[in-house]
Design a protein around this ligand. Sequence first.
Ligand code: HEC
Length: 254
Amino acid sequence: MAGGERIPGTPRYRHHLLKNPGTEPFFPNFLLKEWIAGAIFLTAFMLWIVFNPVPLGSKANPDDTSFIPVPDWYFLFLYQLLKYYPGSAIVFGTVLVPLAASLILIFTPWLDVKKARHPYKRPLATGGMVLVTFLTIWLTNEAWIQHKAELASSGGGAVTTALPKVPKIPKSQIHLIDTNMPGYQVFESTCATCHGSSGEGVIGPPIYAIGKYWNEKQLTDFVTKGGGGMPAKGGLTNAKQLQEVLDWLSKQKG
Ligand code: HEC
């Protein structure tokens, strides 16, 4: 590994240290560390994505005028930034602030030449990083809160259009699970009238795999409220039955 320069006691290590005390060579020592950390992170990230695939959002629908566009979550902080520069000041939010931030980041190696590495010994760099991290998280959260408020004030229907849809497939390809749960009977006697006996969709949309696309909270919120032709609680009056059918539905992942 790296010719013994990193291994204390080997001749190359001592030779290097004598020549440049308190340093380590960029290649291969420093890069090797970076590569190892990078490889571990990428492998872990890849495995995580393989086992937790992200469902696609709903299909674009040009007829849906209630749709409120919003960027993906990792761009929300930039999107939120724009809101603080109204009118002609928008150039600050779109160009100047992001540009200044990018330039500082690019030139950091030349701006920040202090030898000390401990965070406490570098209050400016550490403070800056903490501030930027805090601002990014705060802006992201703020954007999300405001987006949810916009959705809520634009009427219940829009909440579902922002959520992914279960694709329509032939009834024969649907395999409902856990049909021995009490929720299945509730489904058959109530929801199936509109959603089909396998949840394939009739008057109401397909919901046979809704548990894969919506989390329990999204499901509970929508079914409880109803809207757009769907009766509140699907027409149920019994809170226990509602909970049973939600428990069963959230297990249906297609
Ligand atoms: C009278 C017919 C009717 C009944 C009964 C009914 N639904 Fe619906 N449901 C609909 C309609 C119509 C929609 C589409 C609403 C919209 O525009 O978003 C819908 C939407 C849904 C959605 C959202 C699906 C999506 O992709 O947007 C879920 C989940 C749902 N219903 C669950 C249920 C459950 C659970 C029951 C039984 C407790 C039930 N429904 C009973 C008509 C019905």
